[in-house]
Design a protein around this ligand. Structure first.
Ligand code: KG4
Ligand code: ZN
Length: 340
């Protein structure tokens, strides 16, 4: 029998300092997340310089907590995996420098992990039966991609956003209606008591590729509605507006994912990234998948937003493939999907 593989995973690409111990890619022994949300809320969004400084402060205790909670020592780890991109350069550098130092000192292999591959891999953690190939919709603060996961870490992109990422649209609309940061969860909550048909926002059709997305037109419509109401002295019903906006985003995300699964002939559909924790999206996706005989996979909300367990899952498959970084590993803030 093959020996167990224990990955110590480190994630610091944005505003969460996170570390996890993952066994054989699918069993999470610990998953520590130190969120900076409260700090950035004061400024209405992530302040990169503050994020980097906080990562430096938190990274050692977070890693120690991950090892302690797993009841394991650094010596028992098989490899160290770290997110090296995409993300904020200063934030990424903290994790990368830390991982290099630990791997060097403990004489462990260093496995570089693509943040987006991490998000996709979050689906493997709670679904032991899920294996490629399948369709995955990756919806985060910086990315909106529809892909075929052909194999572990091997993606065929079939659609992408032409402008804003879905999470970015949530964040901008939340700020405009006064819900503040972090936008996604606040819109999600407000929408629960709103009428999704109170405002009719247009559904964008994007160019030739039916699987591409566009959210900036929708965002502008919401902003126009707010300005119009201000000028006419009307009060905006924030919950209705949130629900109507969210409904338009969810429809765009669900219709394309289902159409792709059908056209490309896949019976398995997964979602990934922070927006995948949206309650309306999860409910709608589940319903439409059921109707179409497609198995629907989604990580628990805590594994949708940034965490290191997902990096440990992706890191395991990269480790098995022989992916290794040298001591010259650098942060790559603009790393594209499918790039190394
Ligand atoms: O994946 P993630 O944690 O970080 C990136 O890699 O970007 O995604 C963060 C994004 C933010 O835009 C946030 O507003 C959005 O995910 N988000 C949500 C929800 N929770 C987080 N969007 C909609 N509904 C949610 N419940
Ligand atoms: Zn992320």
């Amino acid at each position: 029998m093959a020996e167990d593989v224990y990955i110590l995973a480190i994630e610091s690409s944005c505003d969460e300092t996170a570390a996890a111990v993952v066994k054989n890619g699918r069993t999470v022994l610990s998953n520590i997340i130190s969120s900076q949300i409260a700090l950035h809320t004061l400024f209405g969004g992530v302040v990169p310089e503050i994020a980097s400084r906080k990562h430096i402060e938190k990274i050692n205790p977070v890693i120690q907590a991950a090892l302690d909670e797993a009841h394991m020592t650094l010596d028992q780890m098989t490899a160290i995996a770290v997110t090296y991109g995409p993300g904020l350069v200063g934030a990424l550098l903290v994790g990368v420098a830390e991982a290099k130092a630990i791997a060097w000192a403990a004489k462990k292999p260093l496995v570089p992990v693509h943040h987006i591959e991490g998000h996709v891999s979050a689906n493997f953690i709670e679904n032991p039966d899920l294996e490629p190939p399948f369709i995955c919709e990756i919806i985060s603060g910086g990315h909106t991609h529809l892909v075929v996961v052909r194999d572990y870490g091997d993606f065929q992109i079939i659609g992408r956003t032409r402008d804003d990422a879905a999470g970015e649209a949530f964040d901008k609309v939340a700020r405009a209606v006064g819900l503040g940061y972090p936008g996604g969860p606040k819109v999600d909550k407000a929408a629960k008591t709103g009428n999704p048909h109170a405002y009719e926002f247009p559904r964008a059709k994007v160019g030739e590729n039916p699987y591409d997305f566009s959210f900036s037109g929708l965002k502008s419509c919401v902003l126009n509605e707010i300005n119009r109401a201000k000028m006419t002295g009307e009060t905006i019903n924030v919950n209705d507006l949130a629900a109507s906006f969210q409904n338009a985003v969810v429809e765009a995300l669900v219709s394309r994912a289902i159409a792709a699964a059908k056209e490309f002939g896949y019976k398995k559909l997964a979602i990934a990234g922070g927006v995948a924790s949206n309650s309306a999206l999860r409910a709608s996706m589940e319903e439409k998948c059921k109707k179409n005989g497609i198995a629907f996979y989604r990580p628990s909300p805590i594994l949708c937003t940034d965490n290191a367990a997902m990096i440990g899952a992706a890191g395991y498959y990269e480790y098995l493939k022989g992916t290794r970084a040298g001591w010259d590993l650098n942060a790559v803030p603009g790393l594209k999907l499918g790039e190394r």
